[in-house]
Design a binder for this molecule. Structure first.
Ligand code: GAR
Length: 216
């Protein structure tokens, strides 16, 4: 088996997506080695979860830095020091400067709670409900300098129900996030995801979803 891809997860809070990624990578046939968890928020619950799982967990408080650039330089230093090849944003709620995003081009992925390109930004559930959508969902995508943009690797759709609340919808979307993020990262690590003309090509997303469903 080729060497596992050394990966870092960047979080800001709860870290439930981080946890599913850590669990997936604990399996010997998962092609990723989780080497580092970083949070801009020292209070992030996910830091404790990661430490308890035996993963190096580091807080880099953005408020300790004069500006975004110096914060991101410190971030880069930690990532390089740990030999990181791939970064997963998992509820990391800081915008990243174009210089950082460009440095990690196609080695930086994110999960967002909407069917991108719809509903970028915050409050995605309430906005989708208010707009009368019938579906919400989540997307794993490569990160580009524009917020919540970039080639989409995997998506999952969730029905919006009559009388749905943002909280109820969020918890059903989150269950799908936990399903697709480990799968998307696995596909990336196995080199199955190719980006051409800013679109992901080279695999059949329906087949990927079917494979996921077969895993139960
Ligand atoms: C997740 O729902 C994730 O999609 C969202 O934050 C939540 C983090 O939860 N991310 C964004 O909105 C990024 N634009 P978690 O900390 O439990 O993984």
């Amino acid at each position: 088996m080729p060497e596992a891809m050394r990966t870092a997860i960047l979080i800001s809070g709860r870290g439930s997506n981080m946890e599913t990624l850590l669990k997936a990578s604990a399996s010997p046939d998962y092609p990723v080695e989780m080497a580092l968890v970083l949070s801009n928020n020292p209070e992030a619950k996910g830091l404790t979860t990661a430490s308890q799982a035996g993963i190096k967990a580091v807080a880099l408080d953005h408020r300790d830095y004069a500006d975004r650039d110096s914060f991101e330089s410190a971030l880069t230093a930690r990532l390089l020091e740990a030999g990181i090849e791939m970064i997963c944003l998992a509820g990391f709620m800081r915008l990243l400067n174009p210089a950082f995003v460009t440095k990690w081009h196609n080695r930086l992925i994110n999960i967002h709670p909407s069917l991108l390109p719809a509903y970028k930004g915050l409050d995605t559930y309430a906005r989708a409900i208010d707009a009368g959508e019938t579906y919400a969902g989540c997307s794993v995508h490569y990160v580009r300098p524009e917020m919540d943009a970039g080639p989409i690797i995997l998506q999952a759709a969730v029905h919006i129900l009559d009388g749905d609340t943002p909280e109820g919808l969020a918890s059903r979307v989150l269950a799908e996030e936990h399903r697709i993020y480990p799968e998307a990262l696995k596909m990336v690590a196995l080199g199955k995801v190719d980006v051409r003309n800013e679109k992901v090509v080279g695999y059949d997303p329906d087949a990927a979803i079917a494979a996921l469903e077969n895993q139960g």
